[in-house]
Design a protein around this ligand. Structure first.
Ligand SMILES: NC(=O)c1ccc[n+]([C@@H]2O[C@H](COP(=O)([O-])OP(=O)(O)OC[C@H]3O[C@@H](n4cnc5c(N)ncnc54)[C@H](OP(=O)(O)O)[C@@H]3O)[C@@H](O)[C@H]2O)c1
Length: 257
């Protein structure tokens, strides 16, 4: 059995903790003895997580509501590690998608993440220590026809995170952006991307545990970007060297097949 990870975090807050990557992060943090606040909307799922993980407290909050976001922001100011992981996508052609849903996607992936990042960093800098881990995606590296708004929200997350990483240099605060590729979680059904299951080969899929472990390891090490898995590390590097025009066309072909 693998040894439990050791983390430098004194306490943690994880959003989107009721399933997938966020839930796996809470499990790893709890196993390492880090007191953790788990945030999401589904109270029953959070309760079950707290029951099986010692040291886990829960906050049921909708981060797209002003009250839910304010409650989480207040707690983010006290945490040594803040993980902005809650997020969702919407698959399909832009003009066919529900405009209200896209608005909620931007409210969660962009606005709530920015507010909680601000609450965290503005408390961490005067303390001279802290860790911020924002969950983006490999789709943030190029446009993604068929997932256009989602990719745009994640491009914002990666840009914000890389800028904050540099701003925080020398302050004792570490800002890391986690960019997973395809990961087996409820995201696939929530984002209406269930067709991906058959479309992409086994080798393309990461587990929530792999992604969670890589993100926590890389924020503890003070890395700017964390891209779990050799396949996605190679793809991210290739995107950087391919002309933008070629990367965009390839991405469009992948989404259409
Ligand atoms: N799975 C992938 O292939 C993949 C790839 C790259 C990046 N990501 C990113 O990874 C992150 C985690 O996703 P996942 O794959 O673990 O998907 P997931 O299993 O669907 O988890 C999403 C989490 O976000 C929470 N959430 C959704 N809306 C919320 C709201 N309004 N307020 C508070 N919490 C909310 C959900 O909990 P409740 O419903 O209980 O609120 C859930 O805990 C997301 O940012 C996603 O974009 C995923």
């Amino acid at each position: 059995m693998a040894a439990e990870a050791q983390y430098p975090f004194r306490s943690a807050l994880v959003t989107g903790a009721s399933s997938g990557i966020g839930e796996a992060m809470v499990e790893l943090l709890a196993a390492a003895g880090v007191p953790t606040l788990a945030v999401a909307r589904r109270e029953d799922r959070l309760g079950a997580l707290a029951d099986r993980c010692p040291g886990v407290e829960v906050l049921a909050a909708d981060l797209t509501s002003p009250e839910g976001l304010a409650a989480a922001a207040e707690r983010a100011a006290d945490a040594d590690l803040v993980v902005n992981n809650a997020g969702f996508g919407t698959s399909g052609r832009f003009e066919r998608l529900d405009a209200d849903r896209l608005q909620r996607e931007i409210a969660l992936n962009v606005a709530a993440l920015t507010r909680l990042s601000h609450a965290a960093v503005s408390a961490m800098v005067p303390r001279g220590r802290g860790y911020l881990l924002n969950v983006s995606s490999v789709v943030s590296f190029q446009p993604a026809p068929g997932l256009a708004v989602y990719a745009a929200t994640k491009a914002f997350v990666t840009s914000l995170g890389e800028s904050l990483h540099e701003e925080a240099r020398g302050t004792g605060v570490h800002v890391t952006t986690l960019c997973p590729g395809l990961t087996r979680t409820e995201f696939i059904s929530v984002s209406n991307s269930s067709g991906y299951q058959e479309h992409y080969p086994e080798v393309a899929w990461l587990t929530a545990e792999q992604v969670a472990a890589a993100g926590l390891r890389d924020v503890a090490r003070g890395r700017a970007l964390s891209v779990p898995g050799v396949l996605y590390k190679t793809m991210a590097a290739a995107t950087g060297v391919l002309p933008r025009r070629v990367a965009r066309r390839l991405s469009g072909l992948v989404q259409r097949t």
